[in-house]
Design a protein around this ligand. Structure first.
Ligand code: CAA
Length: 380
């Protein structure tokens, strides 16, 4: 067993760290305040290869392993979780899903643009009444001649207005329940496809989250992903990897909050000494660091499982469950260590605290992760 990172992984980590500090950090407070999408920054992420890291180079990707991806995700998330969720959704839901289950023609047409970051994608599973209960899809896709007719509403869609290509899950045969669900590639601008208003969010305010409305949208049959009825499995298999991405985002938020708190505790003085010399603060740092290290091991292990062809449903869910709790706990303690300054935007930790919460909710709430983990443990 070797716990050290390879030269290549260290280079990726340094490149991601430099990008986060030089490009993302300067405008991150303003983007959060104005709920402004990081358009220019995402373009640069594409140019640097962060948007299609694991995709085969023949489709324009970086051909890297999952460990490279989670290392980069951690670094970006330390600074700007709004930018890193764009990266996570594009890499592990949209690109991965298309690369593994799309036809050659779909990959040529869509994946090549997504992997290079020429455009970004969105993953559309959630609905007003189908969040955790994902099999209860009300959006319908009814076959007609050479196409499907899509009707319904999707909710809380990351990259909702900034995406060009959307992977949309919809029910074709309601009587077959989840076995009647399909997944489709839908393009922005198709007749009947409307982007709803932007959600006003507590955290990750730089990312654009929208509802999407489909009114008799004609989707060509060649845009269905996989066999007829494969849509729910497509969503579940794709989300298993997506959860590793969100786990690494949570890890990054935790590590970012910890690093800020550690630095602050060595500068801020009270009762005649730097506050890190008070055991009340030093012990908080000890707990934070221990939990972050444990979270990192779970995230890396899940990535390793994926890279080595092992099942990663449970290890990915454990990584997300634990890392998101650590993100929340660490960010709260980082605010506490900063005292009054922790409540002020320019110190960054209040934003990290608000950003942390979503990691316990999207791509499967913590309660859903416990369903996945416990079912995995109990099956023989
Ligand atoms: N891989 C392959 N197949 C899987 C699977 C997996 N990981 N998990 C489940 N399935 C299959 C099951 O085997 C079953 O198939 P069969 O009937 O052929 O055996 C089928 O899917 C249905 O599974 P369940 O009976 O377990 O279904 P369930 O109703 O009990 O739900 C669940 C399972 C795990 C709770 C699932 O509904 C779930 O994951 N819910 C959460 C949804 C979610 O994560 N939403 C996030 C939205 S996306 C997002 O947030 C993106 C973003 O923008 C950031």
């Amino acid at each position: 067993m070797d716990f050290s990172l390879s030269e290549e992984h260290l280079m990726i980590q340094q490149a991601a760290r430099d990008f986060a500090n030089n490009v993302l950090l300067p405008g991150v407070i303003e983007r959060d305040e104005k709920q402004q999408f990081p358009t220019e920054e995402v373009k640069q992420m594409g140019e640097l290869g962060f948007l299609g890291m694991m995709v085969d180079p023949k489709y324009g990707g970086g051909g890297m392993d999952t460990l490279s991806y989670v290392i980069a995700m951690e670094e970006l998330s330390k600074v700007d979780a709004s930018a890193s969720v764009v990266m996570s959704v594009n890499n592990s839901l949209v690109c991965w899903g298309l690369e593994h289950f799309g036809t050659e023609a779909q990959k040529e047409k869509y994946l090549t643009k997504l992997a290079t970051g020429e455009v970004i994608g969105a993953f559309c599973l959630s609905e007003p009444e189908a969040g955790s209960d994902a099999t209860s899809q009300k959006t319908t896709a009814i076959e007609k001649d050479d196409h499907y007719v899509l009707n319904g509403t999707k909710n809380w869609i990351t990259n909702g207005s900034s995406a060009d290509f959307y992977l949309v899950i919809a029910q074709t045969y309601p009587e077959k329940k989840h076995k009647g669900i399909n997944a489709f590639i839908v393009e922005k601008g198709w007749e009947g496809f409307e982007i709803g208003p932007k959600e006003q969010k507590m955290g990750i305010r730089g990312s654009d989250t929208h509802s999407l409305i489909f009114n008799d949208v004609k989707v060509p049959k060649e845009n269905r992903i996989g066999e007829d009825g494969f849509g729910f499995k497509f969503a579940m298999k794709t989300l298993s990897g997506g959860r590793i991405g969100i786990a690494s985002q949570a890890l990054g938020i935790a590590a970012g909050a910890y690093e800020l708190a550690r630095k602050y505790s060595k500068e801020r003085k009270s009762f005649g000494t730097e506050i890190c010399n008070h055991q009340a603060i030093a012990f908080k740092l000890a707990d934070m660091h221990t939990q972050i290290e444990a979270a990192r091991h779970l995230v890396y292990k899940a990535a390793w499982d994926k890279d080595n062809g092992n099942n990663y449903d449970v290890s990915g869910a454990m990584a997300k469950l634990y890392a998101s709790q650590v993100a929340m706990d660490t960010a709260i303690e980082a605010v506490q260590i900063h005292g009054g300054n922790g409540y002020v935007k320019e110190y960054h930790v209040e934003r990290l605290m608000r950003d942390a919460k979503i990691t316990q909710i999207y791509e499967g709430t913590s309660e859903i992760q416990k369903i996945v983990i416990s079912r995995g443990l109990l099956q023989d």
